[in-house]
Design a protein around this ligand. Structure first.
Ligand code: MEV
Length: 310
């Protein structure tokens, strides 16, 4: 292995359009890979070290060694354990999306890092190893994740996802490019805690919470063809209902609700929280109404940014 060699890997963040939380319990969800995410660079070093950098302001978010008893340290150890490394390495991951905000930053980080390490170790064509490194890292950050974030980080595009036993089914959805705005309305939230909260609620109110999950599944089923047809008003209506279902599950906050209301009043087709909730991001389907929604958010003190999916 050449000591001066530098290798890189990329991965996208994700936007759950429909079905978060219910997806953990085996119901279908719809997700789109984001055009932004994480980029990793690997080079030989004197000891193993992983550094996370915020690509939006250049600040260091965290640094870890694989021996450290932290989530990042354990994730780095899990990734390294999949590859035969002849030399210690330095992995630098730049993240271009808000962290801990429901946009799949941990899966994007692990995927970009695993891809770069695989290239460094000469194992790029071993996709199963890269996937297993990402799944192990996600389990460290999220406990028992559905796998939807990892699937989006690894594959990108828009697709319907359903957990099936230990695996999952994935069905691509061909969506015409459409403009979406995202705002970080709440503080970062802990996905592991939010998933536990909803799972406990499900166990204590199986019928009622099961009915909410079934409603969310219907929305995801109807949304997939609506997205493929470019029927934005139908997609937006379904998003608004999905947000209401997430409120019923107890994962929204006043700030997330307010960001959704402002976006709808400014003309968005629909708006909902995305990811685990408890804070984090809201997104609105805006297309030709993008500038109005961004301006309305700005007036109310929310800063948003625009992306195009898929
Ligand atoms: C987190 O991005 C989405 C959740 O549904 C958890 C998961 O699917 O693993 C809340």
């Amino acid at each position: 292995m050449d000591r001066t060699q530098k290798m890189s890997g990329r991965a996208c963040g994700k936007l759950i359009l429909f079905g978060e939380h219910a997806v953990v319990h085996g119901y279908p969800a719809v997700v789109a890979g984001l055009p932004r995410g994480a980029t990793a660079a690997v080079a030989a070093a004197s000891e193993h070290q992983l550094t996370l950098v915020n690509g939006r302001n250049g600040e260091r978010i965290a640094r870890a060694r694989p021996t450290e008893d932290t989530q990042l340290g354990k994730s780095f150890a899990a990734i390294l354990s999949k590859f035969q490394m002849a030399l210690p390495i330095n992995v630098n991951v730049t993240i271009d999306i808000p962290v801990g905000a429901g946009l799949g930053s941990s899966a994007a980080m692990a995927t970009a890092a695993a891809r770069a390490v695989a290239t460094f170790a000469g194992m790029t064509d071993n996709l199963a190893v890269i996937e297993s490194a990402v799944h192990e890292s996600e389990a460290i950050f999220h406990g028992s994740p559905s796998g939807i974030d990892a699937a989006a980080a690894l594959g990108g595009g828009a697709f319907k996802f359903q957990r099936e036993g230990e695996g999952s089914s994935i069905e691509a959805i061909w969506v015409d490019p459409v403009r979406i705005v995202i705002c970080e309305a709440g503080p970062p939230a802990d996905t592991k805690e939010m998933v536990k909260k909803v799972t406990d609620f499900y166990h204590s109110r199986q019928n009622a919470v099961g009915s909410v999950f079934a409603l969310i599944a219907e929305l995801a089923d109807e949304a997939a063809p609506a997205l493929a047809e470019g029927d934005w008003q139908r997609v937006g209506d379904l998003m608004n209902i999905n947000h209401g279902a997430l409120v019923a599950l107890g994962v929204s906050t006043p700030a997330l609700d307010s960001a959704c209301h402002i976006a709808r009043q400014a003309g968005a087709y629909g708006a909902k929280l995305t990811g685990s909730g408890g804070g984090g991001c809201v997104f609105a389907l805006t297309d030709d109404r993008t500038d109005d929604v961004l301006a309305a958010w700005k007036d109310m003190g929310y800063s948003g940014f625009e992306i195009t999916i898929p």
